[in-house]
Design a protein around this ligand. Structure first.
Ligand code: BQK
Length: 129
């Protein structure tokens, strides 16, 4: 009913704000668009590609009804980067460093800025569905 839509709208605003800040952060440029699948055997190594612009589309398509569901996809971005870049190659190291920074930034923003009442209200909606 109306209250639920209000809660989910607030969640979308919160998640969109975080995602847009990450897209604007030049450290995370490599993560802003889907990896070009011409990239050597990318889809053989990475089962579920994810990127910041796809996160934004998912938010707009109302795919996330809890912060936890959003976090699972957001975590895919840096986890995929670590999986695809395990070597000592300078490019691998550079991507891994940015992946670790992305992980820390996402967690810090959520811990500092997530309103506990909002998250609890979202969990109640999830349980009721
Ligand atoms: C995001 C990611 O995981 C990624 N990994 C790369 N690794 C390499 O190129 C390593 C792999 N090991 C052998 C030496 N090359 S390039 C790259 C990437 C960077 C962008 O600016 C945009 C984009 O779509 C993808």
């Amino acid at each position: 009913e109306v209250q639920e839509e209000d809660v989910l709208r607030k969640l979308r605003l919160f998640l969109r704000n975080i995602t847009e800040r990450l897209i604007l952060d030049c450290r995370f440029k490599a993560f802003t668009k889907p990896v070009d699948i011409e990239e050597e055997n990318y889809l053989m190594v990475i089962k579920k590609p994810m990127d910041l612009s796809t996160l934004l589309t998912n938010i707009d398509e109302q795919k996330y009804i809890t912060v936890g569901k959003f976090m699972a996809d957001a975590d895919l971005i840096w986890k995929n980067a670590l999986d695809y870049n395990p070597d000592s190659d300078p490019m691998d190291r550079s991507i891994r460093r940015r992946a670790c920074a992305l992980k820390d930034v996402i967690r810090t923003i959520i811990r500092d800025e997530l309103n506990e009442d909002l998250e609890r209200a979202c969990e109640e909606i999830r349980e009721s569905r």
